[in-house]
Write a protein that binds this ligand. Structure first.
Ligand SMILES: [Mn+2]
Length: 322
């Protein structure tokens, strides 16, 4: 892999290219989509032809981001391109079907901030210290001599605010706020964007949260918060499975709670668990006992059985570690 923080090499292959395919990762988040949307504006400012690709649909929540409606799922007939540029993609498999664009591009490059990135492109700019990939893009803009505009600032804000957990995670640093100050100088509509990204929830999700809070009990000497959602709860709220995604955090945020679980019935007749822990406690070890997996403080399991039976098994395993 080439040396990290290789701004000149990336800048050179961008300057040499006329047609550029910009690729986001599967299960797209604000950082990969904000990075791609920002790169579209930056490359267009340089007179390039840009096409945005993502293997999956852009979440509705990003309706306000310039270019959110310009992402394509590849059909296999695009290209050829002078350059494929992957953004926030930790390894080539994370491009999904977009990985095929590598073969239809004369050159490949990537910008990323995952320290585990193997350097899968011809030119790799990987900075594992950056709090978001959008932070690296702000730095590249200076090398490319492209000025910051309000539209680019909105795209960069999406990536930086989401990857730092709205400026609350440990990766948030002084540099994050230095770049934020630059974005604010471009009249970033912070209050409006912050509300759209972090506060507004679909009605179905708020109603489902009510059901989950009502169901909350505590186990493991009171240190484990447990939430359950039945198919009847989902139906009563008109909610979909995706509306349950962040609800478990309310359980973990309850005082004196070290671990939390949300168990929900799925329409496939299985039970899906979201497990959370506060460090030093971990849940990936618990998840792997039941064929699941994930991160130390955030993991998932899918099991066969009834809701109460499955919760009993997982709660017993968690209680032994808390
Ligand atoms: Mn990221």
């Amino acid at each position: 892999m080439e040396t990290p923080r290789n701004f000149e090499a990336i800048a050179r292959c961008i300057r040499e290219a006329q047609t550029v395919a910009v690729v986001s990762h599967v299960n797209p988040d604000g950082d990969t989509l904000g990075s791609a949307a920002a790169m579209r504006l930056i490359l267009q400012a340089m007179g390039k032809e840009v096409t945005l690709f993502c293997d999956e649909k852009v979440p509705d929540i990003l309706y306000f981001m310039p270019g959110h409606d310009l992402f394509h799922v590849p059909t296999g007939h695009e290209g050829p391109f002078d350059l494929m540029l992957a953004v926030d993609v930790s390894d080539s498999a994370r491009m999904g079907t977009c990985a095929a664009l590598m073969d239809r591009s004369a050159k490949t490059a990537q910008m990323d901030h995952h320290p585990t990135n193997p350097g899968f492109a011809d030119v790799n700019l990987v900075d594992g210290e950056a709090s978001a990939n959008c932070m690296i893009i702000r730095e590249l803009m200076k090398v490319l001599d492209v000025p910051l505009t309000q539209d680019i600032a909105i795209c960069l804000y999406v990536g930086i605010s989401t990857d730092t957990g709205n400026f609350s995670f440990g990766c948030t640093n002084a540099e994050t706020f230095r770049v934020m100050a630059e974005l604010m100088e471009c009249d970033l509509p912070l209050a409006r964007l912050n509300r759209a990204l972090f506060r507004v929830k679909p009605r179905e999700q708020v109603k489902l949260l009510g059901k989950a809070l009502e169901s909350m009990t505590f186990g493991g000497n009171g240190k484990i918060a447990v939430m359950k959602l039945t198919l009847a709860d989902f139906a009563a709220c008109g909610a979909l499975s995706e509306h349950a995604d962040t609800i478990v955090n309310y359980a973990l945020d309850t005082k004196h709670t070290d671990m939390a679980l949300l168990a929900r019935e799925t329409d496939k007749g299985q039970i899906k668990f979201s497990l959370r822990a506060r460090a030093p406690y971990t849940v990936d070890n618990i998840a792997s006992l039941f064929g699941g997996g994930g991160h130390p403080q955030a993991s998932g399991i899918t099991m066969d059985g009834t809701l109460d039976e499955c919760v009993e098994k997982v709660l017993t395993a968690m209680s032994e570690t808390v």
